[in-house]
Design a protein around this ligand. Structure first.
Ligand SMILES: Cc1cc2nc3c(=O)[nH]c(=O)nc-3n(C[C@H](O)[C@H](O)[C@H](O)COP(=O)(O)OP(=O)(O)OC[C@H]3O[C@@H](n4cnc5c(N)ncnc54)[C@H](O)[C@@H]3O)c2cc1C
Length: 390
């Protein structure tokens, strides 16, 4: 088994007979600092508490900071329910709480959202040295709690948006809101390997825009056969010395233009009939165990990073009877954050398959909270508009 980091000498034909090689060989891999080599993972950061399944009816945390007043009886009624606690949901909560809407956040079974799956975040404004994803999310949650947001760390299973108050069920309990922000995100699809999960943020990623920069002068692989995989592979050639595109079939779903562009790129090697069996490495990715799906032959190849580009699943199941979804299953927005149900607003990756960034999701959360506040005011539910009272 190969378990040494790749050297320039070792890069000649790492895939042996499986390759279609359009490229020249790479210069030596630099050993710069960055996500793939950072062995510190999530250590040292206070985790966001995930409440026990046994907690009755979804345990709640209630803030006691300045300006906090009790939410309605049992903590299950609010002027605003926010569903999801990624950057979109938490930013909505910060704005709504500061506007005295006393929001309840149904935070889901993955509190903090997608950024909990990554280590260094270097493109969120305000952190010159970068910040760890879980640390950023813990800070956002603390900020929302400080202004009185109530959190329920449970998935919602069902909603009824037929009229006000809007009703939402989580762990069998009913929550009622005069307005709702849906911010349930879109989950990146993974291969499902134990080694892939263990090495997430340590060389394994699902976001080229977010993490490509960490792979300067490295040899990496992208898994997938659709447009996203080809697009990400092409994008990653800006940083990597070589990008191996791995696909388990011998045909690709990607458009011809994307395939042609990749085939012409000397830094991309395309490997059809190639499945990842295991990601190798302890503290960081050092290689891949690959299987030729045509011959079943297994081999280890040195590799310094792995991007999974096999798609996203928008978390919209519970809303499909009430809100519009597009062909890919994402929610459709009208007029910035609105939905086809007045009083129900949409924010973040649950509708956005174009940008998929923490900062755009946070911006959406801000807009949705302000829109909800203005809508509540227009309905006579709240008396004073505070959204612009900075
Ligand atoms: C590996 C990886 C690395 C990334 N790195 C970066 C980066 O460096 N910089 C950057 O800007 N972006 C990065 N991103 C993208 C970024 O994480 C997303 O764009 C952002 O998190 C989207 O925010 P969101 O709030 O819309 O959704 P999410 O963060 O996906 O949050 C969705 C929330 O909804 C909840 N939820 C889902 N279903 C339900 C339900 N039924 N009931 C209740 N709650 C529910 C979930 O538990 C979660 O709390 C990365 C993404 C990945 C996958």
């Amino acid at each position: 088994m190969t378990d040494q980091p790749k050297s320039s000498e070792g890069s000649a034909a790492p895939f042996g007979g499986l390759t279609i090689d359009f490229g020249n060989d790479s210069p030596p891999a630099a050993d710069g600092a960055g996500k793939p080599s950072g062995g510190e993972g999530f250590g040292g950061f206070a985790p966001i508490a995930i409440l026990q399944e046994s907690s009755p009816a979804g345990a709640q945390t209630r803030a006691s900071g300045p300006g906090t007043s009790p939410t309605a009886p049992g903590g299950r009624e609010s002027k605003l329910l926010i569903i999801g606690s990624g950057p979109a949901g938490l930013t909505a909560a910060i704005y709504a709480a500061r506007a005295n809407l006393e929001p309840i956040v149904l935070a889901g079974s993955a509190p903090g959202g997608q950024l909990m799956l990554t280590s260094d975040v270097e493109n969120y404004p305000g952190f010159a040295e970068g910040i760890q994803g879980p640390e950023l999310m813990a800070a956002m949650r603390a900020q929302a709690e400080r202004f009185g947001t109530v959190f329920v760390d449970a998935d919602i299973e069902q909603v009824d948006f037929s009229g006000r108050p809007f009703r939402v069920w989580a762990r069998g309990e009913e929550y009622r809101g005069e307005s709702v922000v849906v911010a349930t995100g879109a989950s990146a699809l993974w291969l499902g390997l134990e080694s892939e999960t263990r090495l997430r943020g340590r060389g394994v990623s699902a976001c080229a825009t977010c993490d490509g920069f960490f792979f300067r002068d490295r040899e990496i692989a992208v898994v997938g056969g659709g447009d996203t995989a080809f697009e990400e592979a092409t994008y990653l050639t800006r940083f990597a010395t070589k990008v191996h595109l791995l696909h388990r079939r011998d045909t690709f779903r990607a458009s011809k233009i994307m395939i042609d562009r990749a085939f012409k790129n000397p830094k991309i090697e395309i490997h059809p009939n190639t499945a990842v069996e295991e990601v190798l490495g302890d503290a960081k990715v050092t290689g891949l165990k690959l299987r030729d799906t045509a011959t079943d032959m297994v081999r280890d190849v040195p590799m310094e990073g792995l991007f999974i580009a096999i798609g996203y699943r928008p978390n919209t199941e519970a809303f499909r009877d009430w809100l519009e979804v597009d062909d890919a299953g994402y929610l459709v927005v009208h007029d910035e954050t609105g939905s086809k149900v007045d009083g129900v607003f949409i924010a973040g990756d649950v509708h956005d398959h174009r940008y998929r960034q923490a900062v755009t999701a946070a911006a959406d959360g801000c807009k949705a909270a302000i829109d909800a506040e203005r809508w509540l005011e227009s309905q006579g539910i709240t008396e004073v508009a505070t959204a612009t009272a900075w």
